[in-house]
Design a protein. Structure first.
Length: 198
């Protein structure tokens, strides 16, 4: 069992060649309940996927399994995914706009320029704005937004105490002129995400 306080995936955590392929289905199934608790649908087609050490470890090994790039690829994957592991004072999320129809998706994203500055978590009456990863521009020059975003939500000690209160009201949301939606986190989700503060 991986300690909840782990903040970085290192090469030592990566399975030997072939082992991940044998364990992949069982590991995916074991991780599914945690991933389900960490998935929040916000409005009709935006989903927050809150990340942690375990989700990022699996993602790194999945990419290595699919692409087979060896040690050089491993360093790239660690550099890409380690920043999304919460540091103890934050929640991190991959945020996706998921529309199956390509024409509808293109139309929606064309109207969502700047949305990367509009993600938030609200704890009680206080709003915590998301801070984007700086690996790439998320709105193109033509104003079209990316369908995938990576955000950090930095919590103060006060926010963390409020988040874990049994009767706390916590929301994830988007505050954009073309997409303004909020969704309340269930108690099960808050219990799961509170592990990221330990």
């Amino acid at each position: 069992m991986i300690a909840l306080s782990r903040r970085q995936v290192t090469p030592a955590e990566i399975s030997p060649p072939g082992q991940f392929a044998r364990e992949r289905a069982a590991r995916r199934a074991a991780l599914l309940p945690r991933k389900k608790a960490r998935r929040i649908e916000v409005g009709p087609y935006c989903t927050f996927y809150f990340e942690c050490f375990d989700t990022m470890l699996f993602q790194i090994e999945e990419m290595l399994h699919i692409e087979g790039g060896g040690g050089e690829q491993l360093q790239d994957e660690l550099a890409a995914y380690n920043p999304l592991i919460p540091n103890g004072d934050e929640l991190t999320a991959t945020i996706m706009f998921e529309i199956d129809d390509p024409d509808r998706r293109a139309c929606a994203l064309a109207g969502l320029g700047g949305v990367e500055a509009c993600f938030f978590i609200q704890v009680g009456d206080e709003r915590i704005s998301g801070v984007q990863e700086t690996d790439a521009e998320r709105t193109r020059d033509d104003g079209k937004a990316s369908s995938v975003h990576f955000a950090h939500f930095h919590f103060t000690p006060k926010h963390k105490r409020a988040f874990i209160e049994p009767e706390a009201r916590v929301f994830a949301g988007v505050d954009h002129s073309a997409y303004a939606h909020m969704a309340q986190l269930t108690r099960d989700t808050r219990v799961e995400l509170a592990k990221d503060f330990t």
